[in-house]
Design a protein around this ligand. Structure first.
Ligand code: NDP
Length: 453
């Protein structure tokens, strides 16, 4: 449980934080995400009277619209299940709501709201015209047949379709939602609405409106961002050892790009444990186990003599120069941060959303470790989704090289914004302050321009 001490927030912003707590009891992940942003906003106090006059902060922490719905579906044996669906349309100051869908049994309103809140500022940092939203369901896809996944996606979209559209709200994937699920969701949307609205979902297949590099984008973008951090500190990935948690979409493509840049990835994980591979993770085998066979991380070790599985302890016990948490929220704790520091880590950049607890962030920053929050370092996924929307609008598609070059430029630009804004507001080198301030100011200025709505 994170330390969310209100005293850490500057006094003039505490009433908004307290009101948010009172209005959203028990939503601990949402509280945590708001707490971090409010701490960062201290340098703005007294500088932007228009923000106060128009209650920008009060409005930015209250979603524009919250949709919750029933999702009934039948399994292969004919048993009926009832799940809950969510879509939080958080902020549309900069463009249509944009953010992924998560299918995982842990999903609840608090988790979707924290993700949607972070998404607002992340999307602003990309410089592209997208607002913030997030959705999902407490459905557990693990062990389900393709036919069950399809029926669930169809039932979910039967309700969701009335709320979304290419200029309104554009969902994508997240945990438990990849290319297969986006295909079933898109098919049902197309059938009900009788429109080939390519721009209504991103992460589509390449033959029906998808973009090159979208699959790789979050992982590649994370590594491009970390590469900039290392370059700013006068070093590089060449010869570095890395540990990447998770073995899903973000982790796999982070590992692939790390290796292309000359680093060695020693370990990765899933929710059943982690593998250590002294020869470096074999990405082709990992893709086959996870993307094709939908297997467990132990299946990888079973086929690699240089790898072993560890089912107790923490992946962060493995000594490394660079640690990239790419699984889920609050997966890197204070003790893990201490272990990483003791073992000489120089950089931690988040591929997942909010994977590092506030106490762990304090340990890392206190020890001088380069640390990047996910809303900056994992923004490559949503940025490439916005590029997919651009291609859909123009009824065109770019080559892999063109899309990857755009992704790289965007990550370099986000890195620069973080450092420039942090320096401007007296927090040099603080990527958390830089990301929160730069993202917030863009959204707040647009909200001021739109008046009290
Ligand atoms: P995937 O479903 O492809 O993979 C998730 C990975 O994390 C799996 O290896 C999974 O293991 C592991 N994991 C998930 N939940 C837990 C848990 N509670 N405890 C331990 N391990 C867990 O998801 P993504 O790779 O797409 O997403 C990973 C993170 O990146 C999330 O935080 C997501 O919000 C964030 N993100 C994703 C983006 C994207 O484009 N996909 C964009 C920006 C951020 P197992 O299979 O055993 O559950």
């Amino acid at each position: 449980m994170a330390n969310l001490d209100i005293e850490l927030i500057t006094p003039s912003l505490r009433p908004q934080y307290q009101a948010m707590l009172d209005r959203n009891p028990g939503q601990t992940e949402f509280h945590q995400a708001v707490h971090e942003v409010l701490i960062s906003l201290e340098p703005l106090v007294g500088k932007k009277p228009e923000y106060t006059d128009l209650a920008i902060l009060d409005r930015v922490i209250e979603p524009e619209r919250q949709i919750m719905f029933r999702v009934p579906w039948a399994d292969d044996a004919g048993n009926v299940h009832v799940n809950r669906g969510f879509r939080i349309e958080f902020n549309s100051a900069l463009g249509p709501y944009k953010g992924g869908l998560r299918f995982h049994p842990s999903v609840n309103l608090s988790i979707i709201k924290f993700l949607g809140f972070e998404q607002i500022f992340k999307n602003a940092l990309t410089g592209l015209p997208i607002g913030g939203g997030k959705g999902g369901s407490d459905f557990d896809p693990k062990g389900r047949s393709d036919a069950e996944i399809m029926r669930f996606c169809q039932s979910f979209m039967t309700e969701l379709q009335r709320h979304i559209g290419p200029d309104t709200d554009v969902p994508a994937g997240d945990i438990g939602v990849g290319g297969r699920e986006i295909g079933y969701l898109f098919g049902q949307y197309k059938r009900i609405r009788n429109r080939f609205d390519a721009g209504v979902l991103t992460g589509k297949g390449l033959t029906w409106g998808g973009s090159q590099v979208r699959t790789e984008a979050t992982g590649y973008g994370l590594v491009f961002f970390a590469q900039e951090m290392l370059a700013a500190a006068g070093t590089s990935f060449e010869g570095r050892t890395c540990v990447v948690s998770g073995s899903g979409n973000v982790a796999i493509y982070a590992i692939e790009k790390l290796q292309q840049l000359g680093a060695k990835v020693l370990a990765c994980s899933d929710s059943s444990g982690y593998v250590v591979d002294e020869n470096g993770i074999d990405v082709a085998l990992l893709k086959d186990v996870k993307e094709v066979r939908r297997g467990r991380i132990a299946d990888y070790a079973a086929e690699r003599s240089s790898a072993r599985v560890v089912t107790d302890g923490s992946i962060w016990d493995v000594p490394c120069d660079v640690a990239l948490p790419c699984a889920t929220q609050n997966e890197l704790h204070q003790d893990d941060a201490r272990t990483l520091v003791k073992n000489g880590v120089i950089l931690v950049a988040e591929g997942a959303n909010m994977p590092t607890t506030p106490e762990a962030i304090d340990v890392l920053q206190g020890a001088g470790v380069l640390y990047a929050p996910g809303k900056a370092s994992n923004a490559g996924g949503v940025a490439t989704s916005a590029l997919e929307m651009q291609q859909n609008s123009g009824r065109t598609s770019w080559t892999f090289d063109v899309a990857e070059k755009r992704l790289h430029e965007i990550m370099v630009d986000i890195h620069r914004q973080c450092l420039d804004t942090a320096a401007e507001y007296g927090k040099p080198g603080d990527y958390v302050a830089g990301a929160n301030l730069a993202g917030f100011i863009k959204v707040a200025d647009a909200m001021v321009a739109h008046g009290l709505i």
